[in-house]
Design a protein around this ligand. Structure first.
Ligand SMILES: NC(=O)C1=CN([C@@H]2O[C@H](COP(=O)(O)OP(=O)(O)OC[C@H]3O[C@@H](n4cnc5c(N)ncnc54)[C@H](OP(=O)(O)O)[C@@H]3O)[C@@H](O)[C@H]2O)C=CC1
Ligand SMILES: CC(C)=CCC[C@@H](C)[C@H]1CC[C@H]2C3=C(CC[C@]12C)[C@@]1(C)CCC(=O)C[C@@H]1CC3
Length: 341
């Protein structure tokens, strides 16, 4: 039977590069691009079909930052497919990023310069906002929408007859210190991106603990520093072009400067080829590119303890209940309003 692969945020950057690589590997796949903007999704589909004319590429409307959209999309997936083999949780945002220039120059002169270039630790802050569901937008998009999607697709992902995989596009910028269990949405800080990515690392560990026995395996990757719309939002593209020679020089010292979306998708693609039983549930798989341009994947243990992931999982379940109740009551209010008029 053909394998079903769903990729969120598939219309650009690392997600689109992954789709291209998956079809090159297996043109028999049923590949589903889950995107919030259907025009961009159509364009991505057309681009994929240019190089893989016989491919089966489906489109799914999914705004992973809107809980109603996630529930509707999951319903649609359940009517279309009988199983999901791979669910790539790749959509992500970093709104209003600010680079701390002072910290950058200080870091440049310190012993931690290479670490700073690979993790951006202490360099970046963002300004988040509330979305229409009353959730912090970065948390909702990067983590909670994906959590809800997994929960809704459990009947297709947790089947004893075969294994399914979820793969999180996390980041080296995920940071334990940015995350607080008392403020999982990061309402009060200025590093919502680091917090959401750290939460995805923990959630993956919790999912493995709870769902491996039901045939569901979760993995985490970091694509390295890649030139995409996300990074062009941090520093304009002309600046990246100007400093590109310096970027290739830095690559000599840190192989985390993967730069192209194709290279960045290395770990996502590599995981597609692996048997889930052979993977380490506590590892983050890094896409790396050597100074000579060779792509490879290296696992690194995540900074996650044994208990905290379970606490986060329980908190997310609570929030799921709350959000679903709220959506239901809004729906009933809407119906009553319509009957009145
Ligand atoms: N670039 C980098 O250096 C790094 C990126 N990452 C992660 O890689 C992932 C992919 O990002 P990247 O390719 O770089 O950047 P892009 O901005 O090119 O891709 C992000 C994708 O996510 C989609 N997306 C954003 N919000 C939503 C939403 N609410 N619902 C559905 N789709 C959404 C975007 O759609 P649209 O086109 O409509 O905006 C786009 O397709 C992200 O999770 C990011 O955090 C991690 C480490 C480094
Ligand atoms: C000379 C030079 C390369 C200057 C650029 C300085 C910074 C703008 C970058 C240094 C490390 C980068 C980095 C990211 C963004 C741009 C930097 C801060 C990310 C945070 C992008 C998104 C991620 O998920 C991880 C990246 C880590 C490294």
């Amino acid at each position: 039977m053909e394998r079903v692969v769903i990729v969120t945020g598939a219309n650009s950057g690392i997600g689109l590069a992954l789709c291209e690589r998956l079809l090159t590997e297996d043109v028999q796949l049923r590949l589903c691009l889950a995107c919030r903007n259907m025009q961009r999704a159509e364009a991505a589909r057309a681009a994929l079909l240019t190089s893989h004319a016989d491919a089966h590429v489906d489109l799914l409307h999914l705004d992973v930052g809107s809980m109603k959209s996630v529930l509707d999309a999951a319903q649609e997936v359940k009517t279309r497919y009988r199983k999901v083999d791979f669910l790539y949780l790749n959509a992500g945002i970093m709104p209003n990023p600010q680079v701390n220039i002072g910290a950058f120059f200080k870091g440049l002169l310190s012993r931690n310069a290479i670490r700073m270039f690979s993790t951006a630790e202490g360099l970046l802050t963002q300004q988040d906002r509330l979305n229409a569901d009353g959730l912090q937008e970065v948390f909702a998009t990067n983590l909670f929408g994906h959590f809800l999607l997994i929960r809704e697709l459990e009947p297709l992902l947790c089947q004893s007859s075969h294994t399914s995989r979820v793969v999180w596009t996390s980041s080296s910028n995920a940071s334990h210190s940015a995350f607080s269990m008392e403020d999982i949405q990061h309402r009060n800080g200025t590093e919502p991106y680091s917090s959401s990515k750290y939460a995805s690392d923990m959630l993956s560990v919790a999912l493995n603990r709870q769902k491996n026995s039901q045939g569901l395996f979760s993995s985490v990757i970091c694509p390295g520093l890649v030139m995409t719309n996300l990074t062009y939002g941090i520093v304009p593209s002309f600046f990246w072009t100007l400093i590109m020679p310096i970027m290739y020089l830095i690559r000599v010292f840190t192989n985390t400067f993967t730069i192209s979306p194709y290279n960045g998708a290395e770990a996502l693609f590599w995981l597609f080829l692996q048997k889930p039983e052979s993977l380490d549930p506590r590892a983050k798989y890094h896409s790396l590119t050597s100074a000579l341009g060779r792509n490879y994947v290296q696992p690194q243990q995540m900074d996650v303890d044994n208990e905290t992931p379970e606490v986060l999982f329980a908190k997310l379940l609570e929030l799921e209940n709350f959000v679903k109740k709220k959506l239901k009551s809004e729906h009933l209010d809407g119906d009553a309003h319509q009957r009145k008029n």
